[in-house]
Write a protein that binds this ligand. Structure first.
Ligand code: G6P
Length: 610
């Protein structure tokens, strides 16, 4: 939530900041701004709207500033207008601050500072930081120290950059709860919310931890905790390539990422499936595997699409390994004083590894003595670093705000864990072999579905003016229905709901008439006949039926207006294939409605506030 980038070095910082902000824009895009130090003067440009509009505003200005910071915002406090856009300054416009997070005690701090004569100009929580730092600077004349002292008074979360025209040779950066990393270059250094803004310039990075503060100059840096303890940290290497975060000829990141799924799943399972032996190998889990095998139950927690993956995981673990599983929204977990015992294990699922609610749930379970496993995409992310053990999904960078390839990779890795646990708990070798072979065939099955794009475009044209869409599935495809509905509402703004197909008759059936599209996920599994009956119920009320069904199905055709055929899989892996047409449908409907697919309104890729 909010993207932050800073540069200090021999080059002109402005183009580096603008390009960095473009790459971070998926984190928030309702306003953008930069602060630069040029000829010992602090220069600010900021406005509501996208980074591109900011770039247009600055274009043509004679700027050369070897130090600058930039911000792209996802509003929390104060509407997204020009004034509330970051950076924010102190009373004398000497200090500039950009911030990702929430200052929870900002109202108290603001009252105190205003009583001391500070004049606030914005509705944001961030502005108080600039004034608080100014307050300390008056007496000690040291930007690092003033920022550190200010942060000791702050409650809340921050990824923070501070610059001052009085000390034009440094950027002060600090982190608590919001991601921040240092990029180490030659005669230049960088700070950013994530690696996407750095990869163009350096592969050497230092991940900051909570309560750490760093002073970054052109050729050096030093790190302390905000409690004044010196810290030495290792420089780590970024391992992904620039082209992985480019669109590669597709119109949108989301479409590229949908099409990458055969490859991303291949990467998720590579080296982990021993097909001939019907076995799974997951190095990252091994150091705490005993805990997982002895646990009386598994708790899984996540948000958004990752929560849907967690629901699928429940079906897989319970059916294939006979381990009881409870799934919680991470945002609910912490606040209901959950019953967590020391022999419980918690699995947290997060694409970004930075979602604030998921991180809070992780810490809650840890504080109660549980062992915490992570399933994360972004290597080096906070969740990845705070879990006791875990598995990376290796889906590659996901930029589109609506998650696609991370979801299917999460499902692939959940399948691997379910087989691994199943084998340890008595799953026969023959069954394991069938499962492992089926999982290995997922990339080619998805490839087949992706060839169906033309038919999906036709259906999208038919549905683009719908006001509501219902998604129905049963068993393990109930979460698939939830995910299909989420994709559609996120990017096309059509109201959509996912429901267990049989539950429809307890409410949503009242909505069904000839204008109501109902999308059924109806693979040939144990409850196929039951779902056909639910289809009959919709048809009897003249609802428009669109069905995702198996290639060898000839019953569904009699009931559905449109049918999208997908290859058969072992039923527990069905969602991996069945969700693909739903992603494509949401995408083409959104495009047909002229929506901004990669940056849907009000959303952000990485939600680092509660
Ligand atoms: C945001 C994103 C979703 C994502 C959710 C959880 O809402 O827009 O796509 O599923 O956060 O994110 P995580 O990174 O924890 O999986």
């Amino acid at each position: 939530m909010c993207g932050i980038v800073g540069y200090i070095g021999e080059k002109n910082s402005l183009p580096i900041l603008i390009e960095g902000l473009r790459r971070l824009e998926y984190r928030g895009y309702d306003s953008a701004g930069v602060a630069l130090i040029q000829d010992k003067k602090l220069v600010l440009y900021k406005q509501a709207g996208k980074v591109q509009e900011l770039a247009r505003q600055i274009e043509g200005q004679q700027i050369f500033a070897s130090l600058g910071v930039g911000h792209t915002r996802w509003a929390t406090h104060g509407e997204p207008n020009d004034v509330n856009a970051h950076p924010h300054g102190d009373c004398n416009e000497e200090i500039a601050v950009i911030h990702n997070g929430i200052i929870e005690n900002f109202a108290t701090l603001k009252r105190k500072l205003e009583r001391d004569g500070h004049i606030m100009r914005t509705d944001t929580d961030t502005e108080v930081l600039a004034h608080l730092i100014e307050h300390f600077y008056k007496t000690n004349k040291d930007l690092f120290l003033s920022t550190r002292l200010a942060l000791l008074e702050v409650q809340g979360t921050y990824g923070l950059l501070v610059i001052s025209k009085k000390e034009p040779d440094k950027i002060i950066a600090a982190r608590k709860g919001s991601p921040l990393m240092l990029g180490v270059g030659k005669n230049e250094n960088f700070v950013a919310s994530d690696a996407a803004a750095l990869i163009d310039h350096t592969r050497d990075v230092i991940y900051l931890n909570d309560d750490e503060i760093v002073s970054v100059s052109q050729n050096s840096y030093f790190i302390k905790t905000i409690h004044d303890k010196e810290i030495i940290k290792e420089v780590e290497k970024l391992t992904f390539d620039l082209e992985e975060i480019e669109k590669g000829g597709f119109d949108h990141f989301m479409l590229k990422e949908i099409h990458e799924q055969p490859e991303s799943i291949r990467n998720s399972i590579r080296g982990r499936l021993l097909v001939d032996e019907g076995r799974v190998k997951l190095g990252g889990l091994e150091r705490a595997l005993d805990k997982l095998l002895q646990a009386p139950r598994v708790l899984i927690t996540a948000c958004g699409t990752s929560w849907h993956a967690a629901l699928v995981g429940k079906y897989m673990f319970e059916q294939l390994a006979r381990i009881p599983v409870e799934v919680d929204y991470a945002s609910e977990f912490r606040y209901r004083n959950p019953i967590v015992r020391s022999d419980d294990v918690l699995l947290v699922i997060s694409q970004s590894g930075e979602t604030a609610d998921t991180l809070a749930a992780l810490r809650e379970a840890k504080s109660k003595g549980a062992t915490v496993f992570g399933m994360v995409n972004v290597v080096g992310s906070t969740i990845a670093r705070e879990t006791d053990a875990g598995v990376f999904i290796h889906a590659g960078p996901e930029i589109g705000v609506a998650s696609t390839k991370a979801f299917t990779s999460q499902l692939a890795v959940l399948s691997l864990i379910a087989i691994l646990l199943g084998r340890h708990r008595g799953m026969p070798e023959d069954q394991a072999k069938t499962l492992v072979e089926d999982l290995a065939s997922m990339p080619s099955k998805i490839q087949k579905v992706l060839k169906n794009v033309d038919q999906i475009k036709i259906i999208a044209e038919e549905l683009k003016n719908a006001k509501n869409v219902l998604f129905l599935g049963r068993g393990i495809n109930f979460p698939t229905a939830l995910e299909g509905a989420l994709k559609l509402k996120e990017i096309s703004y059509i109201h959509a709901e996912g429901y267990p197909a049989a539950e429809m008759k307890h409410g949503p059936i009242a909505l069904i008439d000839e204008n109501m599209p109902v999308i059924f996920i109806v693979p040939k599994d144990a409850i196929y006949e039951k779902v056909l009956s639910n289809m009959q119920e919709v048809r009897a009320r003249k609802g428009r039926i669109i069905a995702i069904a198996n290639e060898d199905d000839d019953e569904v055709e009699k009931l559905a207006e449109f049918i999208i055929k997908v290859p058969r899989t072992y039923s527990y892996f069905g969602p991996i294939v069945n969700v693909i047409p739903l992603q494509l449908l949401a995408y083409y409907i959104a495009v047909a409605r002229g929506c901004n697919v990669d940056q849907p309104r009000n959303l952000a890729k990485s939600v680092t506030v509660e």
